[in-house]
Design a protein around this ligand. Structure first.
Ligand SMILES: NC(=O)c1ccc[n+]([C@@H]2O[C@H](COP(=O)([O-])OP(=O)(O)OC[C@H]3O[C@@H](n4cnc5c(N)ncnc54)[C@H](OP(=O)(O)O)[C@@H]3O)[C@@H](O)[C@H]2O)c1
Length: 225
C-alpha cells in the first residue's frame, strides 16, 4: 500500500494509524480540521460541513486520485440527557460519524473501483449492542455506519475492493476528555486499549492477502471476570 486517505488523522486512533503507515513508507492524505503533527498531505476539512467535504473531495480527485484505501476513522460523541437532547447535537453526530464517511465513499466511488482500493469504516462496539444511557445519538450513528459498510460491501462484491467495518472497543485517547467532560484520569481507563495497538490491528486488516476480507469485526479489550 502506497497511499491512504485518512479522516481523523490528527488525534487518537487516526493519528496512530497515520504515523504507523508513514513509518512503513506510505503517504497519508489527512482530512481533519487540525494539521497533523507528522508528515502528511493535509486537506483541512470539517466533516460536518457539506461545502468543506465537497471541496476536500475535489482536491482528492485532482491531486491524489491514486490511493489504496479510504480509512474513515474520525468520530465525535453526543452525550445528552435522553429527554432533553437538542436536534443540533443529533444532527452533528450523525453528520460526522455517518454521513461524512458515506459521502466520501460515494464521492470517491469511481476512483475506489478504478484503484481497487479498500474501505475501512471505524465503528464502535456500541454499534453491536445497546450503548450507555444518554448516548442514543452516538450509538445510532455507529449502528448506521455498519449499514453503509454492508451495503457497499455487497455493491463491490465483484471487484477487488474490500470493505472492513472495524468496531473498536474503548481506547485510551482524548475522546473521553473532549466529549464526556471527564479527564481520562477520572475514568477507569487503565484497561482500555492503547491506540497504537489498535492502529496495528487496523492496518493488519488491510495487509492480509487481497482474497481475504475481514468484514465486520469487533476489536475489544480482553474480558476479565
Ligand atoms: N476512544 C474510544 O474509546 C473509542 C471507542 C470506540 C470507538 N471509537 C471510535 O474510534 C474513532 C477514533 O476515535 P478517537 O478516540 O481516536 O477520537 P479522538 O482522539 O477524539 O480523535 C477524533 C478525530 O476525529 C476528527 N474529527 C472530529 N470531528 C471532526 C469534524 N467535525 N471534522 C473533521 N474531523 C473531525 C478529529 O480531528 P480534528 O479535531 O482535527 O478535526 C480527530 O482527528 C472514532 O470514530 C470513535 O467513534 C473510539
Amino acid at each position: 500500500m502506497k497511499r491512504v486517505i485518512l479522516t481523523g488523522a490528527s488525534d487518537g486512533l487516526g493519528k496512530e494509524v497515520g504515523k504507523l503507515f508513514l513509518s512503513g513508507g506510505g503517504e497519508v492524505v489527512a482530512l481533519c480540521r487540525t494539521k497533523p503533527e507528522y508528515d502528511c498531505k493535509f486537506i483541512k476539512c470539517d466533516l460536518s460541513d457539506e461545502k468543506s467535504m465537497t471541496k476536500a473531495c475535489e482536491i482528492i480527485k485532482e491531486k491524489y486520485p491514486e490511493f489504496d484505501a479510504l480509512i474513515n476513522c474520525a468520530g465525535t460523541q453526543c452525550i445528552e440527557p435522553t429527554n432533553n437532547t437538542p436536534y443540533a447535537k443529533l444532527d452533528y453526530v450523525m453528520k460526522v460519524n455517518t454521513i461524512a464517511p458515506m459521502f466520501l465513499i460515494c464521492q470517491l466511488f469511481d476512483l475506489i473501483k478504478q484503484n481497487e482500493a479498500d474501505i475501512v469504516n471505524v465503528g464502535s462496539t456500541v454499534g453491536l449492542k445497546s450503548g450507555p444511557i444518554n448516548q442514543v445519538g452516538y450509538t445510532t450513528s455507529k449502528w448506521a455506519i455498519r449499514g453503509t459498510s454492508a451495503n457497499i460491501e455487497a455493491e463491490l462484491k465483484n471487484t477487488a475492493c474490500r470493505v472492513i467495518q472495524f468496531n473498536a472497543g474503548g481506547m485510551n485517547t482524548r475522546f473521553v476528555e473532549k466529549y464526556n467532560g471527564q479527564k481520562i484520569s477520572d475514568v477507569d481507563a487503565k484497561e482500555w486499549i492503547d491506540p497504537k495497538d489498535m492502529a496495528k490491528v487496523l492496518l493488519m486488516t488491510l495487509q492480509v492477502p487481497k482474497n481475504i476480507e475481514i468484514s465486520d469485526i469487533c476489536v475489544n479489550r480482553k474480558r476479565k471476570k
